[in-house]
Design a protein around this ligand. Structure first.
Ligand SMILES: Cc1cc2nc3c(=O)[nH]c(=O)nc-3n(C[C@H](O)[C@H](O)[C@H](O)COP(=O)(O)OP(=O)(O)OC[C@H]3O[C@@H](n4cnc5c(N)ncnc54)[C@H](O)[C@@H]3O)c2cc1C
Length: 389
């Protein structure tokens, strides 16, 4: 396919299957799901039945252990419905991934089978009302009292935290202060129905309207000691490496958006008539669509080379840099792509009846979630050895 990184035959076949599933089962409803402002659990079930939630999970818990397949699925779902694309990305990248990577055997046995099967969804609470990019500025605290951890605080903008099938929310909390004055951060697995954990109302968003996003407050939430994820004090390192994978996956979601813009614009430019012929015969229109193809091609190369690095276990510093580069380029291109597509569609591009209007609203948050564009530039500059603050 033009504009796509050369994948293996197996991955190419998988792409064709998931593309057909997305086009036939999800695309026809994407507009109405968006208008309803609610995660469609029937679509989550269809995606689960297709095996999408288990693509990168460990094989011993029912997963397929392949990150590249996950990126393909997120791209293809995101090509028709960005809300469901982020639902899949967050469920796997933020929900399953930390438990699979850092959990004990008991924790994995308890949570992973249902999450990997897609019968349940997990969320990850890092962001707080007063700390996002500066995640180490968190105020949520966990204090050990005998055989329990008692957690107080709150999390903001947490994807998949309030659905009927949310089983678990993993959160970061301060568990002490280090000698250098910095917070010691640990991660806790909180069953969704734990007393004191209160999920706020669904947030009213500009885009990703069919995805599930809430604030979560934590008031004297008590969990047994074995609900600590990995070692005490390793929370900061855990979320940094979780976000590396997440950034590649968000870049795949952005790639789906760019491809949608290219394909919808191309079709419209062939059909829409002005001044006696299709608008696509005008260079001003055709060149814009050519630019969309360049973005799709470049983003695809960045996403799948980073995914391949992840699958072959590339050194962390190498992966981190590739993830940031892919996320930065693909998400900023997606925002540009939606602006171009809306322009190609003229007044119709501003109408909710046309998917480009939805993509236009959905794209902006790609530059914000899982590390803003500024944070990606910071990481890339640091990887180049620059003494940037
Ligand atoms: C729909 C949605 C879903 C989300 N889902 C989740 C989720 O599931 N789990 C979760 O934990 N979080 C989630 N988030 C939170 C998201 O990751 C944060 O919004 C993001 O990291 C930015 O943090 P902030 O909003 O606090 O912005 P801030 O950190 O306050 O940033 C504000 C502005 O300042 C800039 N800035 C900040 N620091 C610097 C710096 N050092 N150098 C240069 N510029 C800087 C930022 O780039 C940005 O432009 C979600 C957010 C949204 C909108």
């Amino acid at each position: 396919m033009v504009g796509t990184y050369a994948l293996s035959d197996e991955h190419t076949d998988f792409r064709a299957a998931v593309a057909e599933f997305a086009s036939e089962q999800l695309a026809p409803h994407a507009g109405s799901w968006d208008a309803a402002h609610k995660l469609p659990l029937e679509a989550v079930k269809q995606m689960a039945d297709f095996g999408l939630f288990g693509l990168s999970g460990p094989e011993e818990y029912g997963g397929a252990g392949d990150f590249t397949s996950l990126c393909i699925a997120i791209e293809e779902v995101g090509r028709v419905d960005q809300s469901l694309g982020i639902t899949l990305e967050a469920a796997v990248g933020l929900g399953i991934n930390p438990i699979a990577r850092f959990g004990t055997t008991e924790q994995k046995q308890r949570w992973l089978p249902d999450l990997i099967a897609g019968h349940a969804l997990a969320a990850f609470g890092l962001t707080e009302p007063d700390s996002g990019s500066d995640a180490s500025g968190l105020k949520t605290r966990a204090v050990r009292e005998g055989e329990t951890w008692v957690i107080n605080g709150g999390k903001q903008f947490i994807t998949n935290s309030g659905t009927e099938i949310t089983s678990v929310i993993t959160v970061t909390a301060r568990t002490g202060t280090r000698d250098n004055g910095k917070p010691e951060i640990s991660t806790f697995i909180l069953p969704a129905k734990t007393a004191g954990l209160v999920v706020g109302p669904s947030l009213d968003k500009l885009g990703w309207r069919a995805s599930d996003t809430h604030a979560v407050s934590l008031a004297d939430v008590r969990v047994p000691l074995d609900h600590l994820l990995g070692e005490q004090g390793r929370g900061y390192a855990q979320f940094l490496s979780t976000l590396d994978d997440g950034r590649i996956a968000i870049a795949a979601l952005a790639l789906g958006c760019i491809r949608a813009c290219r394909d919808l614009s191309r079709q419209y430019a062939l059909e829409r008539q002005s001044f006696g012929g299709p608008i696509g015969r005008k260079q001003a229109v055709a060149f814009k669509i050519a630019d969309l193809d360049v973005m799709a091609h470049a983003a695809s190369l960045l996403v799948y080379s980073a995914a391949a690095q992840r699958d072959r276990g590339a050194p962390p510093a190498e992966l981190k840099r590739s993830a940031s580069i892919a996320k930065l380029y693909a998400t900023e291109s997606a925002v540009t792509a939606t602006r171009i597509a809306t322009q190609v569609f003229g007044g119709y591009g501003f109408m909710e009846e046309y998917p480009v209007a939805r993509f236009y609203r959905d794209a902006k948050v790609l530059e914000i979630g899982e590390g803003t564009s500024e944070v990606q530039r910071l990481l890339i500059a640091r990887a180049l050895g620059l003494p940037v603050e």
